[in-house]
Design a protein around this ligand. Structure first.
Ligand code: FE
Length: 215
């Protein structure tokens, strides 16, 4: 690792003589991250235990199951759904789903008339408290450009084909506003309780790139 650090220093200080010192850097992002983590730990700038805590939080405690909980409740409780669509923040705060990257939430409902999908054309804004860390494709240049240019084609690639009479509405997330799609409740789920309903709600359905799963 120190060897890598020395090479980074060298790249930074040496005149750029086009012998491509970049090529000595490890190509894998994971290796770069590990090198940085090791260096920062050695310099006493980060605490590995705190890092583990943050990773555990986003891997296990924050994730799409939170969003699925909200969706299942909205499907089963009309008053909750109305409040959620009207002004999501206080409703979500009451459930404990707030904090970084989820400060100003707007919930948009998919119906037969309109299908909502979410993108961040600028970068990767995403409602972390409800959906966890964004998937790689959400951050890709291709998705960010094509979701607005040819949303129906993108949806088809996700396996979602909509009737022509269903309008597609694309919401562009920003640092100020994040969106959660409330997917349509699948048919034949009238008898299911909230726990069973929750299992039908996929992450992609809450981004609008999928549909809730039929039971
Ligand atoms: Fe962004």
């Amino acid at each position: 690792m120190l060897d890598i650090a020395a090479r980074y220093d060298q790249v930074d200080t040496m005149p750029h003589d086009h012998d491509h010192p970049h090529s000595v850097l490890p190509p894998e992002p994971a290796l770069r991250v590990k090198a940085l983590e090791t260096l920062l730990t050695q310099k006493g700038l980060i605490d590995p235990a705190a890092l583990d805590e943050i990773i555990d939080t986003y891997e296990n405690r924050i994730g799409p199951k939170n969003g699925a909980h909200v969706v299942a409740r909205a499907w089963s409780d009309p008053a909750f759904k109305a409040a959620l669509l009207d002004d999501a923040d206080p409703v979500l705060a009451e459930l404990g789903y707030y904090g970084r990257q989820g400060e100003h939430m707007v919930v948009v409902e998919n119906t037969d008339a309109v299908h909502n999908m979410v993108v961040c054309t600028l970068c990767s804004c995403y409602p972390w408290p409800l959906l966890g860390i964004p998937p790689g494709w959400y951050k890709s240049d291709a998705y960010r450009a094509r979701a607005v240019r040819e949303p129906r084609k993108v949806l088809a690639e996700f396996g979602v084909s909509l009737p022509d009479e269903t309008a597609v509405r694309v919401w562009d997330s920003t640092a100020e506003v994040r969106y959660l799609v409330l997917p349509a409740r699948p048919a034949g789920t009238e008898a299911l309780n909230a726990v069973a309903l929750q299992a039908l709600v996929t992450r992609d359905s809450m981004i609008g790139c999928g549909l809730a799963v039929a039971p």
